[in-house]
Design a protein around this ligand. Sequence first.
Ligand code: PHE
Ligand code: ZN
Length: 848
Amino acid sequence: MKDATPRATLLSEYRPFSHLIDAVELDFRLAPNATRVRSRIAFRPNPAGEGGPLRLDGEGLTLISARIDGKDVAPRILPGGLVCEVPDGPFTWEAEVEIDPASNTALEGLYMSNGMYCTQCEAEGFRKITYYPDRPDVMAPFTVRIESDLPVLLSNGNPASREGGVAEWHDPHPKPAYLFALVAGDLVAHEDAFTTMEGREVALAVWVRPGDEGKCAYAMDALIRSMRWDETEYGRPYDLDVFNIVAVDDFNMGAMENKGLNIFNSRYVLASPETATDGDYGRIEAIVAHEYFHNWTGNRITCRDWFQLCLKEGLTVFRDQQFTGDMRSPAVKRIEDAHLLRGRQFREDNGPLAHPVRPESYVEINNFYTATVYEKGAELIGMLRRLVGPDAYRRALDLYFERHDGEACTIEDWLAVFEDATGRDLAQFKRWYSQAGTPRLAVETARDGNALAVTFRQSTPPTPGQPEKRPVVLPVALGAIGPDGTELMPTRVIEVTEAEQTERFDLPEGAVLSILRDFSAPVILTREQSAQDRALLLAHDTDPFNKWEAGRTLAKDALVAMITDDRAPDTAYLDALAPVLGDETLDPAFRALVLAIPSDDDLAQTLASAGTTPDPQRIDRARHALIGALAKHLEEQLSGLYDAMRIDGPYSPDAGDAGRRSLRNAALLLLSHRDEGARADAQFEAADNMTDELAALTTLLRIDRADESVARFHDRWRDDRLVIDKWFSVQVMHAPGPKAADVAARLTEHPAFDWKNPNRFRAVMGALGANHAGFHAEGGTAYDLLADWLVRLDPVNPQTTARMTTLFETWPRYDADRQALMRAALERIGNAPGLSRDTSEMVSRMLG
Ligand code: PHE
Ligand code: ZN
């Protein structure tokens, strides 16, 4: 049941819970439509609480019985829970409820997926399992008993006993309810073992449906590497005797860090060379690591309340980014992360959904699992580390773990640790947590002989609810390159703290500054710089991020001129690329990134932030023209690269081979504009791995010659859900703009379009949103199609619906016609009868 008038929860209204919990015992008797859950909870008054009756959260529960200290009680049942008078001292609460997992399509709480039971409790799903103080600052040890005919019965912690159809689990580490998990199913395990630095033997298992056991080796390998890395880099050993990962097909998000029992969307576990791309392997590695790292940053030290979400998510994303950098290439990883941040987080920060890394108010917390909380949250950790240096960072983290293990903490606790470990005052830095919006950093230079004065001006545009902004602390890493390409000034970090600040450098005439190296702060840098200087940095910058960035800016400038002034592709850009592509000392993965053309959405965002209304059709045309020009200009070189990057021998997902494939496939896409898809056709037939097969298919789709391959791909893979998701997705993603909505609509009629499965729904509708020219095609048919489907999905799965409404968040960027059409689509969603709290909050924030 949804509240009629949803009320906002405010950070300022935080109060500790009335009681503490010494122990929780849960007893599950599983049945698809009538699962019985008995709870036995030892409460005692919280000295820091305010007394009063016991208030427990609960949603969609049928209360069978309730007792306190063995005596029946009759609590008052409210819309979101219950209230009960309780003794002044400690007491035991016992309740039995009935729930209906088979009808749970929202995938929060206890639900069923392909005959298997599983749970998702973050953020507030536990209240759909039993009455409980469902808030992260109430931590308790759990004992769980599961009764079922299914062969595999799992929960958090260590296995305590197993007899016939009953399993018991005990988790000694106090935890909040959002980390509870239960799984029951007919599953098979891929097993391994790990010995911790403390000598603890840990049994590891990845649980999947029978038939998928051959696709778990990479996830297991990533887990073992993560466990080792957290020990060597952060001194953090694992703390239970077992670690289980379970793959489920129906899951709203990527994965979940439940204590000792991580539950994953199966797309982030299952991989074989034939069915998973290099990108999939990379995401599996990163997400397995991310969830594992939560064991210390999230589980052992958790959040006091959901406003502190970035405390665990920002830090854990930062840690998984470091891990991937160490496993693969730090330079490539940094470019990819900065690129993702700009694509998703800057988009959010510059639209109606902008919010601080630590929000101060929410209606539905599920709506705040955002790029801002996660990715910008991670950037804040990166800036802190850059400001204090790696050694002080490690000292601060050691202190964090020592001081707060077993606690539910705040951002204030986090920053205090850094202040205490380093003696630094972080008062101004803290603004990063409360101020929304992307800071603009404008740089101007003035020369007097060898003295170069560099003036930095920072400002942050207004965001919803925050008209005025104050200056933030910006670590600006910079260096300089001489006209002959040698480095004149190695990287140093300037701390820009004022609205305007001038720094002086001793640098000769002709020196070219390389500013914001390694993307040292999440800002939009604006700066006049000649195409020659950019080409110089592309050729010679010692900082890989800025080397890539120089090429990127050249490409964007060329494209913007093509879009706004109908100019021809800039030959300076085309000429500057050739030497980088041919530089064999450079990692192929890096060269592939240099060769990637800025996306339509990226261009729309760039134009909008410079005050120009983006025209999706013109953007699409310009981008095609540049691709055509690039292909023509570099044909010979690309053809050479295509042959040289070929890999003979068995597929390996490692970063080296994946980099070669990415460069080769980037060349393939360009070359298809010269060879009418001949190479792509051949590659599609010959490919022995999904990376090459899908790249060939995508290429053929982009030149609109894929009809036959699309059909063959389907026949080949009809029995593999995850591959069929790709099949749905690429057809929509790469359809020519005017056709995209039709292609999507036609695919929703395909028998395999199981729209209640979030992966499948996103495969089609997410891809439609990602096809810029298609989504924004004249007339608004794509907007309408998406709105129709969101209205249909909302009663079934509010969380995924609300998330997907963000495809409309860019409406203010566009022309009046498109704005009106997008707003009308949003209004239609907003007016749907019985709309969920999740979706209604998103729609009203977007419409302002
Ligand atoms: N906490 C999960 C993660 O980032 C994400 C998640 C949130 C999963 C909410 C499910 C529900 O690791
Ligand atoms: Zn996380």
